[in-house]
Design a binder for this molecule. Structure first.
Ligand SMILES: Nc1ncnc2c1ncn2[C@@H]1O[C@H](COP(=O)(O)OP(=O)(O)OP(=O)(O)O)[C@@H](O)[C@H]1O
Ligand SMILES: [Mg+2]
Length: 255
């Protein structure tokens, strides 16, 4: 059974169809890269998966459980959405850390709130886990720093630790390095590459073609809200079948 199964997903904004019949699946421990030009619907797709947008059609299943079915309002109850969101972690292009909290607090906040609401974990344990995650991100000595005291690459690694702290089934990245200088890009890509080596299930929207090719087990090329081509990264990126994919990739190899 696939960890994630998306079928016939569609999304309109007003009269514009932004996602058209999007279907794909993802296996446990695999990384999926999504590539495509600006406006092709990549962010909208991630937002639908994270229950930040409601698709107009289609289904989303995680580990065989239908989390969303456009035809079944029971799957769209507001009261259930928060819980369903926990299946996914989302790391944004712009980090979105809370400026008034330290790196460690950013990582532990959601788990502390959960523990307060539902009981369970002790604060010390949550903090120890948070420090451990920051250490994995190469940030052991930055735990008490505030976001404004961190570089962009460091902030993004805190954001990754924060997403991991909730143990999502699937970790989603929306252009995690596009706000960063090339140097800082490298350190964030290294962290994501390590996560892939540890078999973290991930969806990565990226413009880093070499990274998509080398790290992903599967690539999807989107254009105009459609999946134009999908398959293993070497086939799609080195030997695209579709003209539109070739045109898109040509822009990355021209210079
Ligand atoms: N909330 C919204 N209301 C109306 N239109 C929207 C909304 N969000 C996105 N769109 C439109 O949907 C289309 C897809 O946008 P989306 O952000 O998903 O593209 P993208 O592939 O992530 O692009 P980029 O590479 O620039 O981030 C665009 O035409 C965009 O203008
Ligand atoms: Mg986007």
């Amino acid at each position: 059974m696939s960890i994630l199964e998306v079928q016939h997903l569609e999304k309109h904004f007003d009269s514009t169809k932004v996602l058209n019949d999007i279907s794909f699946s993802l296996e446990q421990g695999q990384a999926l890269s999504i590539i495509g030009s600006s406006g092709s619907g990549k962010t909208t797709l991630l937002r639908c998966l994270n229950f930040l947008e409601t698709p107009d059609n289609g289904t989303i299943s995680v580990q065989g459980e239908i989390l969303f079915d456009a035809a079944n309002p029971q799957t769209q109850l507001e009261s259930e959405i928060r819980k369903k969101r926990l299946h996914f972690g989302l790391v944004f292009q712009s980090f979105n850390l809370f400026p008034q909290y330290t790196a460690l607090q950013n990582v532990t906040l959601a788990r502390e709130l959960m523990a307060k609401e539902h009981g369970g974990e002790r604060k010390e344990d949550i903090e120890a886990a948070g420090r451990e995650l920051l250490a994995q991100m190469g940030l052991a000595d930055r735990a008490e720093h505030y976001p404004h005291q961190l570089s962009g690459g460091q902030q993004q690694r805190v954001a990754i630790a924060r997403a991991l702290a909730m143990h999502p089934d699937i970790l989603c990245f929306d252009e995690p390095t596009s706000a960063l200088d090339p140097e800082l890009t490298g350190e964030v890509l290294r962290v994501i590459r390590n996560l892939a080596e540890q078999k973290t299930t991930m969806i990565i929207v990226t413009h880093e073609m070499a990274f998509a090719r080398d790290v992903a087990d599967q690539v999807i090329f989107m254009d105009g809200g459609f999946i134009v081509e999908q398959g293993n990264p070497h086939d799609v990126i080195e030997h695209p079948k579709e003209e539109r994919t070739r045109q898109f990739l040509a822009r990355y190899t021209e210079n």
